[in-house]
Design a protein around this ligand. Structure first.
Ligand code: NAP
Length: 312
């Protein structure tokens, strides 16, 4: 029996992967997208998306995922629910990759698109790991409603921290927004909303050094990085929103990455390995947005198609 070789396998079903899937399916490539959880990536945990073109009224993250998945399936994309454990070259076959899945299935493909996204960073301070799920959270959309009328702290100064702090004001009594510098990194529009909100008090030049509580979070220790003074802030919850780390471990020995593990690509979405493309939050780039991810996904699919034409 002739061995089945796919044209393209896409790993990761966030906006970058789904966009790549739509383009590849419309190009009539023999393609499968693998997603280990639900398609949608970080969009699933985003309450409102206000800056994705085409939606003048803000759309919920889940609503946008549903639309993308529907469009991808209508374009003919096959989405498999499986975790990829290993990506390697097929021995003695130059233009072939082997994909090994959790389900023990093995697939072969001529090309790959890596769109595995990123995960939230942790602070790494004492008490954090013990109190995860007991007041320490990395997702306001998921856990916000659990903190009705509570006093919480939010850590971070980027878009995510400010956006989620604003969302959390719907539930909580008060927020101390702890940031390690004297100004936020987030876009000005968010900064203005934060400063105008009575429930939020910014705490600048400060870092959390410890989280503590017997069963649930009870307080955090906060150090002023300018003066060295340490204060105790009593709180019921800590939201750590300090940026992202790439989900790129799978490709460690396969493609080039920067020192943080973000995959390096050129303007054609090509990695250092012929036949492997990457897009979305897993790559090294300037701007981590849904709008940029979908463009990169389209570019990756377009160039994967060109590559397949060349080698076939
Ligand atoms: P980010 O932009 O990288 O910001 C991370 C923030 O956390 C920075 O303020 C940083 O401080 C702080 N930080 C990092 N490590 C820390 C540590 N160990 N201790 C204390 N503070 C620490 O990350 P993000 O806000 O999660 O956003 C990730 C990407 O998604 C960004 O590109 C962002 O633009 C995008 N995003 C966009 C939207 C939107 O457009 N609506 C919403 C959410 C996210 P410094 O400022 O001192 O570095």
């Amino acid at each position: 029996m002739k061995e089945k070789i796919h044209d393209l396998i896409i790993i990761g079903g966030g906006p970058a992967g789904l966009s790549a899937g739509i383009y590849a399916s419309r190009a009539r490539l023999n393609v499968i997208l693998f997603e280990k959880g639900m398609p949608g990536g970080q969009m699933l945990f985003t309450e409102v998306i206000e800056n994705f073109p085409g939606f003048s009224k803000p759309i919920g993250g889940i609503g946008l995922v549903d639309e993308m998945v529907k469009q991808a399936k209508e374009a003919g994309l096959k989405i498999e629910n499986d975790n990829i454990l290993k990506v390697s070259h097929v021995h003695h076959q130059k233009h072939r990759f082997k994909i090994e899945c959790d389900s023990k299935k093995i697939y072969k493909t001529l090309s790959l698109i890596i769109s595995t996204g990123a995960r939230w960073k942790e602070l790494g301070v004492p008490g954090e790991s013990n109190l995860k799920g007991k007041g320490v959270s990395y997702c306001a959309t998921c856990d916000g409603p659990l903190f009705k009328e509570r006093e919480i702290v939010v850590v971070g100064g980027g878009d995510k921290a400010l956006e989620e702090a604003l969302y959390l004001t719907k539930f909580v009594k008060s927020i101390k927004l702890i940031h390690r510098r004297d100004q936020f990194r987030a876009i000005k529009e968010l900064q203005e909303k934060i400063l105008a909100n009575d429930k939020i008090t910014p705490v600048y030049n400060s870092v959390i050094t410890e989280m503590s509580g017997k069963k649930l979070v009870e307080f955090v220790k906060v150090k002023n990085v300018k003066t060295g003074k340490i204060d105790t802030i009593t709180c019921n919850g800590v939201f750590v929103l300090i940026g992202i780390e790439p989900n790129s471990e799978l490709l460690k020995e396969v493609v080039d990455m920067d020192d943080k593990g973000f995959i390096i690509v050129d303007s054609h979405a090509r990695t250092s390995q012929d036949g492997i493309y990457a897009c979305g939050d897993v790559i090294k780039k300037d701007l981590y947005q849904i709008a940029t991810a979908v463009g990169e996904g389209a570019t990756a699919a377009f160039n994967a198609q060109r590559y397949i034409d060349e080698i076939s």
